[in-house]
Ligand binder design. Structure first.
Ligand code: GLA
Length: 375
């Protein structure tokens, strides 16, 4: 793109992906989650270009870019552009402070792999524009407008976990977030001598067109049934297993299973937070395996590839626990592995995975890292 000839960035922003230790699909049910940012990130370089309305975005990884007129923001037929356009649209509803800018993006965060490259893109841009044009947005504004952008422009009716983790994380901690009140606390996480190993199935998902939104509707259907008997229940966060059992005959089996998973998963997040505080690593591992069972059998957002890898890890005494992380339908499994066995585990998992699915596994360790920041 032409602007690259005279590009002299005034600001560099790093916006990370995230893992979620436990608490999957609980966020849009207003429950608890336990995510943290990771080292893999998108790097934004930005400059004001002196124009009132013209903006240029360029991805160095894919060597593609596009122009935007701030007076004519509308959804695009090109999927990734909508993350950018959605954020600009949301910011324009709050302030007219954004003027013309140029921006390059470079990423080492795999897309569609359950590590939330979407939130990294949304929050990094919002954070960068806030700094570049001194918009006065708070971190919470950035989180919320990025989530809304994903609803309106991308089409995924996501919860707030990914954006919250991308912006609010602190190195060495996971965030215990209450998605109803947004109250949160940072819990130190040190698995020594264990490490967090991510295995990327390379089965890539697109949440906007997947069953993700269907799951949300099924949960709402469950709430509407429980509510008839218990009007105080506003979301699955407020429901108990006993309430659910009492209305079992009034709901579709599939809806019952979805609700069962969410209510138990919420409970697991709180148990996990306690296990971390007590440094009870065996409990950490057991909760991960239990969660994956629910993800696969009750919530049905896993896939044969993720199930294979989680089962494979069960054969290794050096692995405490494993589960698929993120929105689902593929992406990465998260494994807690003794540091002395990380290489052997990755090697053996790669061979077995290749043999079964003819896919080259991607594997890497991650550590809890800081959220979006200017460099
Ligand atoms: C995606 C969504 C999140 C959350 C997870 C599942 O990453 O963006 O809001 O619902 O899936 O836990």
């Amino acid at each position: 793109m032409k602007f690259l000839e005279k590009f002299s960035p005034q600001l560099v922003v790093e916006s990370p992906g995230r893992i979620n230790l436990i608490g999957e699909h609980t966020d849009y049910n207003l429950g608890y989650v336990l995510p943290t940012a990771i080292e893999k990130k998108i790097i934004f370089k930005l400059q004001r270009n002196g124009s009132d309305t013209e903006c240029n975005i360029y991805s160095t990884d894919f060597d593609i870019g596009f122009k935007i007129n701030l007076k004519k923001i509308a959804r695009s037929s090109v999927e990734w552009e909508n993350y950018i356009l959605g954020v600009l649209n949301e910011i324009s509803e709050r302030t007219d402070g954004v003027k013309g800018f140029d921006c390059t993006l470079q990423s080492n965060l795999p897309q569609g792999s359950g590590l939330s490259s979407s939130a990294a893109l949304e929050c990094g841009l919002a954070f960068g524009l806030n700094e570049l044009f001194d918009l006065g947005l708070t971190k919470k504004d950035i989180v919320q407008l990025s989530q809304t952008a994903e609803h309106t422009y991308v089409g995924t009716q996501c919860g707030i976990m990914d954006q919250f983790a991308s912006v609010m994380s602190q190195a060495g901690h996971v965030i215990l977030l209450d998605c109803k009140s947004l109250e949160h606390s940072q819990i130190p996480i040190a698995f020594e001598p264990y490490q967090i190993v991510m295995l990327n199935t390379k089965v890539s998902h697109n949440l906007a067109t997947s069953e993700y939104n269907v799951r949300k509707q099924e949960c709402e259907e469950g709430v509407s049934v429980i509510k008839k008997k218990y009007p105080e229940v506003g979301s699955l966060r407020d429901a108990t297993l006993q309430m659910l059992e009492e209305v079992k005959q009034d709901m579709r089996e599939v809806v019952f299973n979805r609700c069962l998973f969410i209510i138990a998963e919420n409970e697991r997040v709180l148990l996990m937070a306690d296990a971390l505080k007590n440094n009870d690593l065996n409990q950490v591992g057991a909760l991960l395996y239990e969660a994956h069972e629910g993800i696969s059998k009750l919530y049905e957002v896993s896939c044969p590839e993720s199930d294979f890898l989680v089962n494979f890890s069960k054969g290794f005494s050096a692995v405490l626990g494993a589960r698929q992380t993120g929105g689902g339908f593929g992406g990465c499994t998260l494994n807690i592995v003794h540091r002395d066995s990380v290489d052997e585990f990755i090697e053996k998992a790669s061979i077995a995975y290749k043999k079964s699915f003819n896919i080259a596994l991607e594997a890497f360790t991650v550590s809890p890292s800081a959220g979006t920041m200017a460099r």
